[in-house]
Design a protein around this ligand. Structure first.
Ligand SMILES: [Fe+2]
Length: 333
């Protein structure tokens, strides 16, 4: 039987709006995994999981001007999806012909980019993590950039990118809470994204291998050695946990499958990361695969994701605008 206090906490936990609803205490305890609010949080999260996941992967249609009542409803539903499943999918549509896909020629890139900037503003996504390479609007243009200094970063190539969360190398007090991807043009082939909510992974670890949690939650679980290059980018040594709680008590994950230029605290930590990678693969039923088309995008609370390699041709060159933010989305007035 839940106490009144517990019930109040759970209501706060599961209330769909805003996406950044803080919790009164963490659901994830490094010292005592599976205790406290966790069992209720897990049950609520897993309830109707598959239908919620499919709903999140359904396009929420938005007009380019974002000025209709239907837009308000779609944005609201998008935020619920982000909170419940970690991501929401949207599709810009012509207000006059909402079922028509936005092809090149229907709308200019400039107008689409303006709509994307307006969408970010409506979702209160302002404080962008500039990352290594960003445009003046705070959005990075991800494309395969041959023969340039940018290409040494995986996102700016056409190569496969394995499971990770964005900004896993950021300082602990500058986490990436949200990342967004907006498609201006898909590749000729490939480039599909796979998404997995870290909440689902946390449940899997807690249920199947709780002994890993203390190792992964250690403050120095992962060390990213300092990095300097001829392009002027510089980063000091950084030590961060893999699993942690945000100040609002929601669980966080920093993850990469990269093995070069990364040190694990101990052999046991390295093994725990390997187990985590295996659990991600085992959760294939909970993964969502999306190939974004022009005018489509995703808003996510920094879920685990990977990208398959892609091929461009002269008429179809993949171009995505990526935003990274230190806050969660919520409807701005
Ligand atoms: Fe990423």
């Amino acid at each position: 039987m839940q106490s009144h206090k517990q019930q109040v906490k759970l209501v706060a936990l599961m209330t769909p709006e805003p996406a950044s609803t803080p919790l009164s205490q963490p659901v994830f305890s490094p010292d005592k995994p599976g205790t406290g609010l966790y069992p209720h949080w897990r049950d609520q999260y897993l309830q109707d999981f598959e239908s919620k996941r499919q709903r999140a992967a359904t396009h929420h249609r938005l007009t380019l001007n974002l000025d209709t009542t239907a837009d308000d409803d779609a944005l609201q539903a998008l935020l619920v999806a982000v909170q419940q499943q970690g991501f929401g999918l949207y599709k810009f549509a012509d207000a006059t012909f909402p079922d028509k896909d936005l092809e090149h020629g229907d709308v200019k890139d400039r107008d689409l980019e303006h709509a994307i900037a307006q969408l970010n503003a409506r979702l209160g996504l302002k404080h962008s993590d500039q990352g290594v390479l960003s445009g003046s609007d705070g959005l990075s243009r991800l494309e395969d950039v041959q023969d340039s200094g940018q290409r040494r970063f995986l996102p700016y190539s056409n190569k496969m990118m394995n499971w990770h969360t964005d900004g896993y190398y950021n300082p602990p007090d500058e986490p990436v809470r949200t990342f967004t991807l907006h498609c201006l043009s898909p590749a000729s082939s490939g480039g599909t994204l796979s998404l997995l909510d870290p909440y689902r992974l946390l449940i899997s670890v807690t249920e199947n291998a709780p002994e890993l949690i203390k190792l992964l939650a250690a403050a120095k679980a992962m060390t990213l050695p300092s990095n300097k290059d001829e392009f002027g980018h510089s980063r000091p040594d950084r030590q961060v946990p893999v699993l942690f709680n945000y100040p609002d008590h929601t669980p966080g994950l920093r993850f990469t499958m990269r093995s070069r230029n990364i040190h694990w605290h101990s052999a046991a930590t390295a093994e725990a990361m390997q187990r985590l990678a295996e659990m991600i693969e085992a959760l294939s039923d909970a993964q969502t695969h999306i190939r974004l088309q022009r005018g489509e995008g995703i808003i996510t609370r920094n879920v685990l994701h990977k990208r398959e390699s892609f091929t461009d041709d002269k008429d179809c060159k993949r171009l995505m605008l990526r935003g990274r933010y230190s806050q969660l989305p919520k409807l701005a007035n």
